[in-house]
Design a protein around this ligand. Structure first.
Ligand code: BTN
Length: 321
């Protein structure tokens, strides 16, 4: 997109309801009449439905179901997360793209989306199915000020921000499950994969947005869902992406200033605390009551003998007893 089309889109998006006259549009976009006409034509060609009425002016009727960096940016006043956005038609894993950027001097906040991933991955080496154009598959480069072992804070903050955004956009009761699941109606709708290296963390997030039941592999159909399946209506992925990035940005800032507040908000919507769990870490098996998060986002398990066991993210399996 050109600067002109971005400015037009920005102005149209910010007109909450009704029409913008062409004169207003020119003024808000800072463009001449002919550049506005060219920009509108380009946007229409790209699938934006824009009604242009000779008496009333124009209004945005529908955005195409296609992620574009400008489409997301037009809806976002990014502070850190999303201050630069890239959208790939296809990649192996967006976490891989960001890992390459992480080893350069790229500042934190850059966010990489892909319409499809050919090697999307989840925790514990699982495959993350990322069918084209149906979800939000993205990764954010972060350079948090805390040590590597505290990176579970990011997973907690991100899960909480994703669940809150889903609740706001769909009215579904989205919940979190330690360490990285977001569920609706008892099924997984989104997951967070935090990977870290020296001086950086990569926050990878997958949200099943408009996925149909048939698009899930048979073995996941009972456990997974999408926002569309759970709410009965398709969601605007561009708008959801912008709202997610804004929520993640706010929660990341809060995690740096006051992680206890992040943990408290997470705990309000969590299905893990208060449960009797069995946690498997390699060959070790620990059973106990999940009773709190600690200051690093680790789960504190009270065993039957009263001892507290601290469970970090990583390669563990959590089951209810
Ligand atoms: C999980 O629930 O196990 C985590 C899933 C994380 C999936 C996202 S999709 C974008 C990013 N790229 C990946 O390969 N994985 C994460």
């Amino acid at each position: 997109m050109t600067d002109g089309t971005t400015a037009i889109l920005d102005a149209l998006h910010h007109q909450a309801s009704g029409y913008l006259t062409l004169a207003e549009l020119q003024q808000r976009a800072g463009l001449s009449a002919s550049r506005v006409a060219d920009g509108l034509a380009e946007l229409q060609q790209r699938g934006y439905q824009i009604e242009v009425n000779p008496h009333f002016g124009c209004r945005l009727v529908e955005t195409p179901d296609q992620l574009t960096a400008d489409g997301i940016r037009a809806l976002l006043a990014a502070r850190v997360i999303g201050r630069e956005i890239q959208v790939f038609a296809e990649t192996t894993s967006t976490n891989d793209v960001v890992a390459r950027l992480a080893r350069t001097a790229t500042p934190e906040g850059i966010t990489v989306f892909a319409e499809a991933q050919t090697a999307g991955r989840g925790r514990r080496g699982r495959v993350w199915h990322s069918p084209r154009g149906t979800g939000l598959w993205f990764s954010v480069l972060l350079r948090p000020p805390w040590p590597l072992e505290a990176h579970t804070r990011l997973t907690i903050a991100a899960g909480s921000a994703v669940a809150r955004t889903i609740r706001q956009c769909t009215q579904l009761d989205a919940r979190v499950k330690w360490p990285n699941d977001v569920t609706v109606q008892g099924r997984k709708v989104a997951g967070v994969l935090t990977e870290a290296g020296p001086g950086y963390a990569i926050l990878g997030i997958g949200v099943n947005v408009n996925t149909t039941a048939a698009a899930f592999p048979a073995e996941l159909r009972e456990q997974a869902t999408s926002l569309r399946l759970a709410s009965g209506r398709g969601q605007d992925r561009v708008e959801l992406a912008a709202r997610l990035l804004a929520a993640l940005d706010a929660e990341y800032a809060r995690a740096q200033a006051d992680f206890d507040a992040v943990a408290a908000a997470w705990a309000e919507r969590c299905d893990t605390l208060g449960q009797q769990l069995v946690v498997t870490m390699g060959t070790r098996r620990v059973e106990g009551l999940a009773h709190a998060l600690d200051g690093d986002g680790a789960l504190l398990l009270r065993k039957d003998n009263g001892q507290i066991e601290r469970i970090c993210g990583g390669d563990i399996v959590v089951e209810r007893t």
